[in-house]
Design a binder for this molecule. Sequence first.
Ligand SMILES: Cc1cc2nc3c(=O)[nH]c(=O)nc-3n(C[C@H](O)[C@H](O)[C@H](O)COP(=O)(O)OP(=O)(O)OC[C@H]3O[C@@H](n4cnc5c(N)ncnc54)[C@H](O)[C@@H]3O)c2cc1C
Length: 278
Amino acid sequence: MPISQPASTSFADKSFWLSSAPYTPNPSLAGDLTVDVAVLGGGYTGLATAYFLKKAEPSLRVALLESEVIGFGASGRNGGFSMTLFGLSLSVTASLFGKEKARQAHHYMEQAVELLESLVREHKLECDYERPGFLRVATTPLYAKRIHEEVELAQRLGLEGIEWIDAEATRREVNSPLYLGAWREPRCGLVNPAKLAWELKRLILSMGVQVFEHTPGTAIERHAGGLLIHSPQGKVHRLEARPGHQCLLASHSHAAPQAGARVHTHRAHRAAAPWALR
Ligand SMILES: Cc1cc2nc3c(=O)[nH]c(=O)nc-3n(C[C@H](O)[C@H](O)[C@H](O)COP(=O)(O)OP(=O)(O)OC[C@H]3O[C@@H](n4cnc5c(N)ncnc54)[C@H](O)[C@@H]3O)c2cc1C
């Protein structure tokens, strides 16, 4: 199966975050390697996968291949909000999937926010993490009504910690006359997303994961002994996954998985989401 990868470029000019600290990539893969699990893609999905695999089974041989540098994709270019919001609002989720699913989705995101913070603290990840909480402010009466209704729905669903604050209370938080009120939720962290990715790399390296940067997976091939992942660099560029062991595509929208049973694809919708993938 041939797989696509982003064109090779310098990374520091791709986002403010990617230029916010010096970064030295790991060497490329050069030669053969045998592993139990191969992870393609060094964003949060791949990094979280490698972390949780090694945590669950320290003897696993895990290698992560990144076509550019760790954090090159969305993980090094996002807004840096670790929050419970995901693609759909609470009311849209409830109307599409029912109230129970909306409640579950919110609880899932709560776990993700808490877990990311506990990882940052436990492993002393230097990623400028802070937890200021979240205000979703209303600038028009119509928007104020919508936010107010969302807060009421959250409370009817039994979700804790979310409240509507009026214009005066909002102004005490942010001194602007424009805001008519806000959704306030303490469960929201801010992070430098590129530093988070690079610190996660440091963490998984310390656990024994092998990380190869500037190492695109160009094709995945089945053979009697398992899967072969081809990469163009060095003399022999392939990584062999043993029978019964795994290859995980964590390359976001870049790679199209077609190889079948032992190839797993994960795509994180929000930066916080991989932390709940346990
Ligand atoms: C503008 C923007 C703002 C966002 N803001 C937020 C936010 O505030 N909060 C939040 O929670 N989420 C946010 N997100 C979403 C979040 O960034 C993503 O959900 C998350 O980063 C996805 O991580 P990932 O590992 O799945 O993908 P990516 O981070 O894209 O990682 C995929 C990696 O795979 C590599 N790759 C691709 N092809 C290959 C190959 N063939 N071989 C090897 N490697 C390969 C890429 O170079 C890349 O590094 C935002 C996203 C964007 C775009």
